[in-house]
Design a binder for this molecule. Sequence first.
Ligand code: NAI
Ligand code: MG
Length: 351
Amino acid sequence: MASRSIRLAVIPGDGIGPEVVAEGLKVLEAVAPSGDLAFEQTSYDLGAARWHRTGETLPDSVLEELRGQDVILLGAVGDPSVPSGTLERGLLLRTRFELDHYVNLRPVKLFPGVKTPLADVTPEDIDMVVVREGTEGPYTGVGGVLRKGTEHEVATQESVNTAFGVERVVRYAFEVAASRPRKKLTLVHKDNVLTFAGDLYQRTLKRVGAEYPQVSTDYCHVDAATMFFVGQPQRFDVVVTDNLFGDIITDIGAAIAGGIGLAASGNVNPDRTAPSMFEPVHGSAPDIAGQGKADPTATILSVAMLLDHVGAAEAARRVEQAVSDDLAERGALGARSTSQVGDAIAKRVSG
Ligand code: NAI
Ligand code: MG
């Protein structure tokens, strides 16, 4: 039987990026036959190395090529030798904005057998999905600098929130909440201080919420949310929040759910007007690059999210189960290299 062909763009990137992506692809190739899928891969050389060589971050022609793909897998980009902001703005944020990745989806889930720094917490206590807005807030680059380098320097960095942008991410979050057993959606913001943006989020939550009577809603200031993530993580099921708050609270999420080596994410365009991009939450980890020490699990879980996105739910569950089984045994296995972890999980999905 002819398998379904999916055009996959791969951006290995810098540092541990290529190392973890190789393992993600290994698992993808191993699971593909069971879902009758064939991935047609194109690799893109983007990141610090390219910037050093050519001065380019994301050429227009490459962006156009990416648009023609079905889905993107990214490792990580960045290196201390590149001025801060160059690749973040020029490559990562540009991709998210241009491809309209208005949902940054970050599950926070404690798998059985994984160590959490929180005392007396079980996997039932940490199982949430953070829906972070991806195209607005303080990340748009609106603002500027005046009299730079003088005592009178003025720097503004505005938070942009549109009725359209807030509604679409809030609606997506309600859909996610409605599909989960607990059906609870918490808005995280700072509406007592950021009164204009917070109010827009609050009114939108109320208005859209009227269409989802089965979903209960809740509100939490972002500072309190950081406390509850650590003290009462079971409070949360689905969280919707703005771009900056989502960035920060999901690092706490990663920390409580076993660390950055396990945290997966998707930059999703739910309208499918452009390809979505899946990537581990972590960066290029230059401190451990090239040593085979990087944990590829976050990338492999991002591959599971990618599979879900392309409609291969069964393959996605297989990958998740394989990761879960691997994690449950990890404590007893001792140290393994990046490729040993990838091999073990690939073997489980194909076995
Ligand atoms: P990082 O996530 O790369 O590293 C933070 C710490 O976590 C390091 O000690 C690292 O060794 C460890 N770590 C990260 N991933 C790991 C893994 N898979 N297994 C085991 N340990 C892991 O964050 P950092 O150091 O702040 O940034 C390094 C570079 O990555 C910077 O250039 C930064 O801009 C970039 N970056 C890129 C991102 C992306 O491409 N989406 C996201 C975050 C940072
Ligand atoms: Mg971050």
